[in-house]
Write a protein that binds this ligand. Structure first.
Ligand code: TRP
Length: 340
């Protein structure tokens, strides 16, 4: 065991198929991080039901997310890999944290504002307390580092605020206070149709994202249709977000620097850049797609692996939950008496 390594934890909502944005922005980095940190990676099915899900699709996508993690290189022998609902302590600690968070701070969350605005008058209450479940995910494991995109930073800040608040009331060692972790090589891949907004797995326009399930043909078509600008020169600039995005994709795959890539395109046209980006993507994704499909053919293997992951996660989560219940003054029973 790697007790001396810092705990690093991250998760994805299996609310749709994963995109190349999830892969280049998160997964590909996790594969590197699993050697340096004590890592926990999981699929947050409890979070997905804050909005209505089709049960069959949810189950399929959750398995697929886990299979994709493995296909992309997450090694279940190095990182703890599991599904959120398999570890009931997530929902239990979330309730406690809900009681220690304030309406005002939850109301300020931009993700809540964006998502609730789309729900009309029937806004699920789960959408409002979504961040306290995420805080639970993080605080259960003594997490120090949370690799997240900039859109999730506010949730990690809130997690810190709740942790500090409860530490002040119940003793400084109740929770480890986590930090957002933006890996130096983390790519922020943008929508192919609107390169000023992030590529999203829930974008209704299927041309806006390359899914990890897309075939070579589909990838080529989507990248060829990517929105660029009316210019002709290939440079890496904020004023050319579409071109910049394609260069970012190439940089994330090849590890080459932007100046190096830009100079290799001197005198070439946008068409070149698009076709070569599509080819690189297709090459990078093909083995992952094949391996994912292979893993999905044997669900009993995945079930076993997930059971092991959940057991490992649970035994750690229980230590935290027992400490929290004890400090709150709950009568022991489920967990042995500790401080009285
Ligand atoms: N809210 C995150 C997202 O939508 C997913 C998530 C849930 C998460 N729990 C987490 C990410 C814990 C990091 C750590 O992307």
């Amino acid at each position: 065991m790697s007790a001396q390594k810092a705990v690093l934890l991250s998760a994805v909502q299996p609310s749709n198929r994963l995109t190349v944005g999830n892969y280049l922005g998160a997964l590909k980095n996790w594969v590197r991080l699993q050697n340096e940190y004590d890592c926990l990676f999981f699929a947050v099915d409890l979070h997905t039901i804050t909005l209505r899900q089709d049960p069959k699709a949810l189950r399929e996508q959750t398995y697929r997310a886990i299979a994709t993690y493995i296909a992309a290189g997450i090694d279940p022998a190095k990182a703890t890999l599991f599904i959120q609902s398999h570890v009931p302590e997530h929902a239990e600690l979330a309730w406690v944290l809900t009681c220690f968070s304030y309406m005002g701070e939850l109301n300020r969350m931009t993700q809540y504002k964006d998502k609730s605005a789309k729900e009309g008058s029937n806004i699920p209450a789960g959408l409002f307390i979504y961040p306290t479940l995420m805080a639970s995910d993080i605080l259960l494991y003594g997490t120090k580092l949370v690799p997240v995109g900039s859109d999730q930073k506010q949730h990690v800040e809130l997690t810190r605020d709740i942790a500090i608040r409860m530490n002040n009331i119940y003793g400084g060692d109740l929770f480890v206070v986590p930090e957002p972790f933006i890996p130096p090589s983390g790519a922020r891949i943008m929508s192919l149709q609107d390169p000023t907004s992030k590529m999203s797995k829930s974008d209704p326009d299927p041309n806006s994202a390359v899914y990890l399930t897309d075939t070579e043909d589909q990838i080529l078509k989507k990248v060829k249709r990517a929105v660029t600008d009316s210019g002709t020169e290939i440079t890496y600039e904020d004023t050319k977000p579409g071109v910049k995005n394609l260069l970012d994709i190439q940089a994330a795959i090849t590890g080459k620097s932007h100046p190096e890539l830009v100079s290799s395109y001197a005198g070439k046209m946008y068409g070149h850049l698009k076709v070569e980006t599509a080819q690189l993507l297709a090459q990078e994704l093909a083995p992952i797609r094949t391996k994912t499909d292979e893993l999905l053919k044997d669900l009993s293997y995945l079930d076993k692996l997930l059971q092991d992951g959940a057991e490992a996660a649970r035994s750690r989560a229980q230590v935290t939950l027992a400490r929290v219940y004890d400090r709150l003054g709950f009568v022991p029973g489920r967990y042995p008496r500790r401080s009285f």
